[in-house]
Design a protein around this ligand. Structure first.
Ligand code: GDG
Length: 469
């Protein structure tokens, strides 16, 4: 088995409460031996040689790289999170493109490639994650790296007319062609990407999910990410003793619980969800005092202005709804702005009668899967899920909603909260079976097996691949 090299913007540290992806990738690295390369989360001075730190744990090396403040502003907070993230989530209105940030994005990818190229061995298989690192393979190829390289995009790939609004769209597609395998979350993303390639004449289809783009042949495919299903189910079933879970249960008295869990991000539709819950109560006054909506929302990317704005807007909205609808003995919305432990989270999912997960656009949405995995098989809750989450393609027992349609979501909340047990069990069973079968380990094996089978391109025309700028 080849050594595995994983590259992601952030490398999880030992003190992070490890999510499923970190656990699964960590296990694959430990099994095969390997290297995890990425940003350390720190900023430091200009000298490149001083910015690469390597530590070894067992048979895994961790190469952590510091960025300068300017790198961070242009690459991370700039092009990745103010241009690519909103645009790939169809938010042209929030996309803030600048050539300075774009140059910083390519500069950091080039710096990563220089540092990584020194650590790659000839038989290594390289797996790059997410939108921060689209140009990495192209930069590595220009340095003469010939290894098999795969890329997985965790967020959606937009349709041509959205992508083409981004001035450097062609460079992005050209960069992706330097990988041997490009993986997306769903078949819709694959379709969108293929349409972008063909529509602008950047390449042509030469086989089943195989494209020739700028003279380089590569494969693409859908690899829907999973969760640690069995581990999550166990965590949930053992969560009854958790202090936070017990306090929540006591405080609910016998009210029903609706839960939403999301990083604070405009793609998650938290504002529209609060509006829908409010509409549900307004149109069902008998539900006053009978139901509580708990929204758990750790802050994220606070240094990006759009996130700071939204933090304020959501807090104000929750406050306004509570002021208008609440009573001396009932607060309809409980809004929590911090991270809670994984065990407690699993317990909250299990306690909730409804999982209300309504992103405006989401690559997959792992919360939806975690909610299903956490349910009690004899008395499961109901998943209300946005049709615009990748997870909606798989979770066919969910009640699908259009998150922009506040009346629709409000009605469906009513249907979910009153659904008879038999229907809940029937809907849940199939979803759980699927999540159990296609868990995070299956995802990882499928991606790596496919990458292993791809014929690597025999030679690379570095002239044609040179990224502009
Ligand atoms: C990106 C894509 C894709 C959240 N709050 C707490 C907490 N979380 C955990 C959840 C879940 C994770 O964070 C969030 O994952 P999502 O998939 O929902 O969303 P993104 O962060 O936007 O992830 C997404 C994903 O990548 C994977 O490919 O599904 O579409 O946008 O695991 O549980 N965990 C804890 N406390 C919290 O308060 N412990």
């Amino acid at each position: 088995m080849s050594r595995l090299v994983v590259v992601s913007n952030r490398v999880p540290s030992a003190k992070d409460s490890a999510g499923g992806l970190a656990v699964a990738l960590g296990a694959a690295l430990a099994e095969r031996g390997g290297l995890w390369f990425g940003w350390s989360g720190e900023t430091s001075g200009e000298r490149e040689a001083d910015r690469v730190h390597i530590r070894t744990e067992g048979n895994v090396d961790y190469a952590l790289v510091d960025l300068t403040q300017r790198d961070l502003d242009e690459y991370y907070s700039g092009f990745a999170n103010r241009a690519l993230w909103p645009l790939f989530h169809y938010r042209l209105d929030l996309t803030d493109f600048s050539r300075k940030d774009l140059a910083g994005y390519f500069r950091v990818n080039r710096f990563f490639a220089r540092a990584l190229a020194k650590l790659i061995q000839p038989d290594d298989i390289v797996w790059v994650h997410d939108y921060h690192l689209i140009p990495l393979a192209s930069e590595l190829r220009q340095l003469g790296v010939r290894n098999r390289m795969g890329f997985f995009l965790h967020i959606p790939w937009p349709p041509p007319d959205v992508l083409f609004a981004l001035p450097p769209h062609e460079e992005l597609v050209r960069s992706l062609a330097s990988y041997d395998l490009v993986g997306f979350q769903t078949a819709y993303d694959v379709e969108n990407f293929a349409a972008c390639v063909v529509r602008e004449g950047m390449g042509r289809r030469v086989g089943d999910q195989i494209y020739d783009t700028y003279g380089r042949v590569f494969r693409m495919g859908a690899f829907p990410i999973g969760i640690e299903t069995a581990a999550f189910a166990k965590l949930a079933s053992e969560s009854g003793k958790d202090d936070l879970v017990r306090r929540l249960e006591t405080s609910l008295e016998s009210r029903k619980l609706i839960v939403g869990v999301d990083r604070l991000d405009y793609s998650k539709g938290i504002g529209q969800r609060i509006e829908a819950f409010s509409r549900f109560i307004e149109t069902n006054p008998d539900q006053k005092g009978q139901v509580v909506f708990l929204q758990v929302t750790p802050k994220s990317r606070s240094e990006v202005p759009e996130y700071a704005d939204m933090q304020r807007e959501v807090a104000e909205l929750a406050g306004r709804v509570n002021g208008a609808l609440g009573d001396v003995d009932w607060t309809p919305i409980r809004y929590i702005n911090r991270t809670i432990g994984r065990g407690a989270l699993a317990g909250i999912y299990r306690m909730a009668d409804v999982g209300l997960i309504t992103p405006l656009r989401d690559g997959m949405n792992l919360v939806a899967k975690e909610y299903v995995a956490s349910q009690n098989a004899d008395d499961p809750g109901v998943l209300v899920l946005s049709r615009f989450a990748g997870a909606a393609r798989e979770l066919d027992g969910a009640l699908l909603v259009n998150p922009y349609d506040i009346d629709d979501v409000a009605n469906v909340i009513g249907r979910a909260i009153t659904m008879p047990r038999e229907e809940r069990v029937a809907r849940w069973r199939g979803m759980y079976a699927r999540l159990h079968r296609y868990d995070i380990n299956r995802w990882l094996e499928t991606f790596l097996d496919t990458l292993n089978k791809v014929e690597p391109a025999p030679s690379v025309d570095t002239g044609a691949l040179a990224a502009a700028g």
